[in-house]
Design a protein around this ligand. Structure first.
Ligand code: PMP
Length: 309
């Protein structure tokens, strides 16, 4: 994803020019990966103007991630939600990607250092379709990675920490080197986990199945959105272990994430998903409901849109 510099970044309580948002090389978060972050979107909605999508749930996850690694955040949920709206306003953004980050700063060396100050920052820049407009329509080709996801009781996969993305990098780079758009990670014991930066869903005989929290996944907010929208439409959703072969006999497969939104999978390991000519009725219906939230066609019964004002 290209970074498109904007005017201002919020850092530790103040707005500073983009170019001044630098940090010392001895920063703990850089040396040991002690950083937690969020990836959020603001949508330009037809009926409410620019709005942050599921602002609350993203900031809640940031606070939870920080708690696990003892990165003190001296701002409340409401404070940080307000910053996410403000960063859109001050930079005159409409559809944008928002990146809050909290990390241990400069102060001490050693992985269990207890006297590093923590820093919190929020930046944002314009963003459209992450995997391309075509990807949302035609689907992408993915492969199952030879790299396994983080095993339970190692570094927690359910925490959105910078260091977890070393696993994503290995999975994603292997896939790209082999000509695929994205890689799918299996758990340490060989079950389907998630994509390098997306959760995975399969559709089989009209029912939706997705791996559970214990399958070394990040509990995606888009995943929760899709589960909620599907159930609201009367489609059954089950969170259950998914053996690899299920990917090959699924009628439809799709990936979800803030950046990826709802991206259909065209083929896995070069095996075409479904029968090709029957379309993707469930994925298409969910895409329509999801994008309808931003045109007003889908009623936002859940209060997911937080207009920036
Ligand atoms: N899994 C991983 C590893 C991710 O990086 C992401 C993107 N944040 C997701 C799943 C999807 O999460 P969300 O829908 O909250 O963006």
């Amino acid at each position: 994803m290209p970074i498109k510099p904007t005017k201002l970044i919020w850092r530790n309580g103040e707005m500073i020019p983009w170019a001044q948002a630098t940090t010392h090389i001895a920063t703990h978060g850089l040396q040991y990966g002690t950083a937690v972050f969020e990836g959020m979107r603001a949508y330009e909605t037809r009926h409410k103007g620019p709005a942050v999508f599921r602002n609350r749930e993203h900031i809640e996850r940031l606070l939870f991630s920080a708690k696990v690694y003892r990165i003190a955040i001296n701002y409340s949920l409401d404070d940080l939600m307000a910053v996410c709206r403000e960063i859109i306003r001050v930079n005159d953004l409409r559809a944008a990607y928002i990146r809050p980050v909290a990390f241990l700063g400069y102060g001490e060396m050693g992985p269990s250092a207890q006297n590093c100050p923590s820093e919190v920052a929020v930046m944002a820049w314009p963003l459209g379709a992450y995997l391309g407009d075509e990807a949302l329509k035609k689907g992408i080709d993915v492969s199952v990675s030879s790299w396994r996801r983080l095993a339970p009781s190692t570094t927690p996969a359910g925490v959105k920490a910078a260091g977890n993305y070393l696993s994503s990098r290995l999975i994603g780079m292997e896939a790209k080197d082999q000509g695929f758009v994205e890689g799918i990670g299996l758990t340490h014991d060989g079950l389907v986990s998630e994509g390098a930066g997306e959760n995975i869903f399969i559709v089989h005989k009209g029912r939706i199945i997705t791996p559970p929290a214990a399958a070394s996944i990040l509990g995606g907010i888009t995943r929760d959105t899709v589960i909620t929208l599907a159930r609201d439409s009367g489609i059954e959703v089950t969170e259950q272990s998914v053996p690899r072969e299920m990917l090959y006999y699924a009628d439809e497969v799709f990936l979800t994430g803030t950046a990826a939104e709802i991206t259909p999978v065209r083929a896995i390991d070069r095996i075409e998903v479904g029968s090709g000519n029957r379309g993707r009725p469930v994925t298409s219906a969910l895409q329509e409901k999801f994008f309808g939230l931003f045109t007003g066609k889908t009623e936002d019964k859940w209060g997911w849109l937080d207009p920036v004002g």
